[in-house]
Design a protein around this ligand. Sequence first.
Ligand SMILES: [Fe+2]
Length: 425
Amino acid sequence: MSDSRSQRAPEPTKTKTLSMTRPIPGLQYDWTAPALVHFGWGRRIELAKTVRTISGANSSGAPANRAFIQGGSRTLAATTAYADLLRSLRDDGLQVVELPVQSREPLVEDVDAAVMLLRTAGAGPGDVVVAIGGGSAIDLAKAAAAVSVQPHSQNIGDYLEGVGRGLTLQVRPLPVVALPTTGGTGTEATRNAVITGVRPAFKKSLRSILLVPSAVLIDPELGVTVPANVTAWSGMDAITQLIESFVSCRRSPLPQALAREALPAAWNSLPVVVRNGSNRPAREALAHAAFVSGLCLANSGLGLAHGVAAALGSQHGVPHGLACAALLPLSIRANLSAVRPLYAELALLVGAAPPESDPDLAAPLLLDAVYNLLAELEIPSRLAAFGVKREHLDALAEGSQGNSLNGNPRPIGTEELRRLLETAL
Ligand SMILES: [Fe+2]
């Protein structure tokens, strides 16, 4: 029998220490998404329940008592569906406070005014901001819900990338429930809000992980009253987001898998829904693709078309979706040699190339298919159609640099971009 006192103490376990500074090669990605998503035809009737769920899930645990509504357009605000939504909230015992409807992409002044209204009303725990409309309404709601509760400044300009004091959000925003109606921007899934300045002209983002909406309620039926041209532009925005995120230098496997699933149906459905706005399967496919495109851009970034679209919007007043659509061919042309196999895969997905195609032959077919789709939707792809002249190109190229362009498959400097834009005049 051995004497326990004579036993040697166990050797200290040798553990491998992992470096805290060196990146580990191999598969890496981040993933951001809204915590709660409800999708389906007619499901807007679940708005009050969603508001209560989100309010109860916030850090204060306070029950919902007020819903601040940010509506997206006067046309939408005049619909029966919109009135029914507000009534359903009141019937559920919620106090409804309507913020002024804005029928434009949100300006700095629009956000500051909405922030002032929220602060004057004492919005805080137990209150929820509900955005009903297109990307503009949702961006405005996200920005106002965030800035209104910050302690250091209540001016949106102080938080915008590359514009003001570069402040970051310190306090969790008021919870936001997003009900997208136009099926395009995907901002219901993203961590940024795009805000426009007039003097000087800019489109810049408020960006924070805290900006992802708390809940998303997508009812494709809300899209049936959207005019055909807005449907076409916002649908092309979604398609551009799916394509640019798929080839982005920040591309990652989850968004790519989602894009593979959503793109074919969106591609085929867009012309159908532009011709017949109440076609249910086509509306569903498009609303789904729009949401998925938001997940993709939030997690993979975008590219040239979105970089230039921001400048085309702020400098020439071109609506976002229309600008993205018009610039998609240029984006593909500029990146064709850098990501040829990925474009070839997309060409296969949308039926532009036969299975087993040689990537060298299939990739350019995607470009042809985009031109055909734009022609079918009567969307121009020449910059001259938007009043852009040669003398505007320096400012356009300069204003395009930023976050979206940073996601492009290959770096494109201002000089090269100017030359590329000249080919699209
Ligand atoms: Fe977009």
